[in-house]
Design a protein around this ligand. Sequence first.
Ligand code: NDP
Length: 400
Amino acid sequence: MGKVLIIGAGGVGTVVANKVAQNSRIFTDIMLASRTKSKCDAIAEDVKRRTGVTIRTAQVDADNVPELTALFNMFKPELVINVALPYQDLTIMDACLACGVNYLDTANYEPKDEAKFEYKWQWAYQERFREAGLTAILGCGFDPGVTSIFTAYAAKHHFDEIHYLDIVDCNAGDHGKAFATNFNPEINIREVTQKGKYWENGQWVETEPHEIHKPLTYPNIGPKESYLIYHEELESLVKNFPTLKRARFWMTFGQEYLTHLRVIQNIGMARIDEVEYNGQKIVPIQFLKAVLPDPGELGENYTGETSIGCRIRGIKDGKERTYYIYNNCSHQAAYEETGAQGVSYTTGVPATIGAMMFMQGIWKKPGVFNVEEFDPDPFMEQLNKQGLPWHELFDVDLEL
Ligand code: NDP
């Protein structure tokens, strides 16, 4: 049906390459490009072995618009799946506009020198994409992504009004390392060390990092201490679902992880500004990334599962209702299928489904959209088919 270009050859890129190849009736011509071509070649070789599908590879610096446009003009993709880093979102969107290519990503743009997690830069492209007749799909991983689609699905089918939303993200996996992050360490540490923030009664309430926490019980896992953090989908969800009185995001962290994180921060290794070292400028968090385990290599011995979902309270037919929708994903099963662990899997599968939605003309309209602005139903159907089945609980104690 169409040509797709994947940019980024990390853990998520590995999963997207596998899943796109598994759906080669829709994605008839596939290219994987990244900064380091040898990583693309290794993934393509592995995908060929697993699926028999050939993926072309290329080298590209996605910070560089002329390099991107040269690649786009050569391959002529219909859609770019951006699973590089959030820093590259705007350059890739610029290149898409220059070449008439549609766009999908899994994380909002961030300037390298400020951890902001805001959509304002990408929402500013709305007019340009609309006028060009191109679609940009933002935040199509798991969170943001599936959590936003779960919310849209709940609002469409189970509520007249949703009032309270709690997104709950548990990783009960064990990778056997003293400290490692499950996706890009720089982005991950920036995200979890920032101040907490949630939406209540029409305004944002800020907290100290990890100030609010409580044990929450996750299906098939049990109780886990869960910490209120800010997460980017909250910004678009409160805009797109104005009936929300409160929206929060919770993530589980082990004590050992938090201790390491505190030390990393206290000794200055989480800094994102440049420091002078031996006559050279380095950014401490980038140096730290170089010495931490590669998230892409965690899969082999990773046991346990993730459980991510939405706990919602609202009104249906004049009565209060509670609802919990979630997916559990096994790290081991993800590794066996794609060679990557569960966190990469839960991001790469939704990105692939979003791309399918676009290629099939189901999620295709000119402009820049967050995923909850599209029809959730066909996406939800594919989650069950592509490896991320979901479950619903009605009228349960949400603990929140
Ligand atoms: P990795 O760090 O494993 O991979 C990132 C890839 O992007 C690497 O192959 C890297 O190349 C490449 N890259 C970095 N800079 C450039 C550049 N300038 N030009 C070309 N390629 C570049 O990250 P992950 O795979 O773990 O994550 C990918 C994305 O997914 C991130 O944006 C992350 O925030 C997002 N994510 C979203 C989630 C969600 O649920 N929505 C959850 C988890 C992740 P090289 O190998 O040379 O370094």
